[in-house]
Design a binder for this molecule. Structure first.
Ligand code: EPZ
Length: 415
C-alpha cells in the first residue's frame, strides 16, 4: 500500500506557496451547472476531491477541460438530471448539484451522500431549504428526488449556519422567481467566494448582517473566477511550523481568513509576522497549553482541530479542545496516543496533557484533516513513522510531499 515515510524531529523552515482552496473550488465547479455558457475557474488545486467533482459534472453532460491551474466548464444543452452514484458516494460536496439541477431542469435525482468518519452529516437543511423554495422533495432509501417547475424565492432561517446548505440554497435561489433571504447563513470565506462567482455570472447576491440576500434571475451567464487561497492548507503548514519548532512562511494567503488560527498560535507562544499576502510563524519553545472550541467562521475552524490537537499534545501543560461542529472528530486521537500523547476524549471535548516527546508510529490516515494531523505529529516525533491510506490526504492537500520537502521535511512517498 502506498505510504509516507517520515523521519521526524527536525524543525521545518522556509517558504511554502499555498494552493487554491478545495472547499471554494468544489462549489465553484458546481455553479457552472447554472449556465450553458463557459465558466473558467482559475487557481484550482490538483486534488482527488476536485477530480471527483469534475467527473460528477461530466457525468451530467458538461464539457470539462482542465489545464495546469484552470478548469473550463461549458455546454450542457443535454444536461442530465441524475449524476452517477459512484461520484456522490465518494464525496459529500457532489450533493451540491441537486439545487442547481432542479433550478435548470425542474427535476433532479441525486444519491444521498454517505455519512463519514467525522459525524452523521445529514442533509436535512439542504432539503428543507429546497422545500422552502417551492420544490417537492421525495426522500428514498438511497437517493432524493426533487421536482419544481420554477423555484420561487423565500425567507429561510437556518437553525445552524451550515456551509453546504447555504451554498445549496444560494445557488438554487439565483435562478428562482423573486427574492430569497437566507438568515443565519454561513459566511465562511469559501461561501463568500462562491457568492463572488455567482455575482460574476450575473446573479444578484449580497451578504448583509448575517443574511444572504438573493434576487432571482431567469438565467445566468458565463464568467471567469479566481479561487481564494486555501486557509486550511495554510493553517496546517503554520501548525507544522509550530509543532516542529520551526519558522515557516505561507505565501499567497489572505491573513484575515486565518485570524482565529493566528490568535490560537499566538496563544501557544508562537511569534506571528504577517504582510498583505504572507504569514510567518516561528516557534522556539514547547507550546503553551490553551483551551479552545471550534466554531463556524470566524471561530477556530473544525478542519484545523486535528492538527491543533497534535500540536497541543506537545504542550507544556493541559489543554482542552471542544469540537462544536462534528460529533465524531476525535477518532484519530487513538493514533496520537500510540505515539505517546496523553489525550482523553469525553464526548465532544478532548483533554490533552502535553508530553515532551512523541514517538514514531505506523498509522493510517482516517480522513483528510486527521491524516494531516498524523503527518504533523510524525514530523515532530523522534524516529521513522509510516502513514498509509494516502487517498484521504490526497483529497485535500496538493503536492504535500514536495511542499514539506521544500521546508526541509524528511518525507517520502513510497508506492
Ligand atoms: C463543509 O462541510 C466543508 N466541506 C467541511 O470540510 C467543513 O468541515 C465544514 O464545512 C464545516 O466548516 C466543504 O466545503 C466541501 P456544514 P459541510 O454543512 O458543508 C450539520 C474538509 O476536511 N448539518 O457546515 O458538510 C452537520 O452535520 C471538510 O475539507 C446538519 O445537521 O459542513 C455538521 O454537524 C470536512 N444538516 C454541521 O451542520 C444539514 O443539512 C456543519 O456542517 C447540513 C449540516
Amino acid at each position: 500500500m502506498e505510504h509516507f515515510v517520515i523521519r521526524g524531529g527536525r524543525p521545518l523552515s522556509g517558504m511554502i506557496p499555498i494552493s487554491g482552496a478545495k472547499n471554494a473550488a468544489l462549489p465553484a465547479c458546481v455553479a457552472s451547472l447554472l449556465t450553458d455558457e463557459q465558466v473558467i475557474i482559475d487557481h484550482v488545486p490538483h486534488l482527488r476531491d476536485v477530480s471527483t467533482i469534475l467527473s460528477t459534472i461530466s457525468s451530467l453532460g458538461k464539457r470539462v477541460v482542465r489545464d495546469e491551474e484552470s478548469v473550463s466548464i461549458a455546454g450542457g444543452e443535454d444536461l442530465r438530471c441524475q449524476p452517477q452514484a459512484l461520484f456522490v458516494e465518494q464525496m459529500r460536496a457532489s450533493f451540491l448539484v441537486l439545487g442547481p439541477l432542479v433550478a435548470r431542469l425542474g427535476r433532479a435525482i441525486v444519491p444521498l451522500p454517505g455519512g463519514c468518519q467525522i459525524g452523521a452529516r445529514p442533509v436535512d437543511l439542504h432539503l428543507s431549504g429546497l422545500r422552502s423554495l417551492g420544490a417537492q422533495v421525495t426522500e428514498g432509501a438511497n437517493s432524493v428526488t426533487v421536482v419544481a417547475k420554477r423555484l420561487r424565492g423565500a425567507r429561510i432561517n437556518l437553525p445552524f449556519p451550515s456551509v453546504g446548505a447555504t451554498e445549496q440554497i444560494a445557488m438554487s435561489a439565483c435562478l428562482a422567481k423573486g427574492e430569497t433571504l437566507i438568515e443565519n447563513a454561513a459566511w465562511e470565506p469559501e461561501v463568500m467566494d462562491l457568492a463572488d462567482l455567482l455575482r460574476r455570472m450575473g446573479a444578484e447576491i449580497e451578504y448583509r448582517e448575517g443574511s444572504l440576500h438573493i434576487q432571482g434571475r431567469p438565467s445566468l451567464h458565463g464568467a471567469r473566477h479566481l479561487v481564494i487561497p486555501d486557509r486550511m492548507e495554510a493553517g496546517t503548514y503554520l501548525i507544522a511550523s509550530a509543532i516542529t519548532g520551526g519558522q515557516v512562511t505561507v505565501q499567497g494567503v489572505v491573513p484575515e481568513h486565518l485570524r482565529s488560527v493566528l490568535q490560537i498560535l499566538s496563544g501557544t507562544g508562537c511569534k506571528i509576522e504577517e504582510t498583505d499576502h504572507a504569514i510567518k510563524v516561528t516557534s522556539d519553545a514547547r507550546p503553551r497549553p490553551i483551551n479552545t472550541i471550534t466554531a463556524p467562521y470566524p471561530g477556530f475552524p473544525t478542519d484545523l482541530q486535528p492538527p491543533l490537537v497534535a500540536l497541543l499534545s506537545l504542550a507544556d501543560g493541559t489543554s482542552t479542545v471542544e469540537e462544536k461542529i462534528f460529533e465524531h472528530r476525535f477518532t484519530y486521537t487513538s493514533a496520537l496516543r500510540e505515539m505517546g500523547a496523553q489525550i482523553e476524549v469525553n464526548g465532544r471535548t478532548a483533554v490533552i496533557n502535553g508530553v515532551s516527546k512523541l514517538q514514531a508510529t505506523s498509522a493510517s490516515a482516517p480522513d483528510i484533516r486527521a491524516g494531516a494531523a498524523l503527518v504533523l505529529a510524525a514530523l515532530a516525533a523522534d524516529g521513522e513513522s509510516t502513514i498509509d491510506n494516502l487517498g484521504q490526504i490526497d483529497r485535500g492537500y496538493e503536492h504535500m510531499v514536495q511542499k514539506l520537502r521544500g521546508l526541509g521535511g524528511q518525507i517520502e512517498r513510497i508506492s
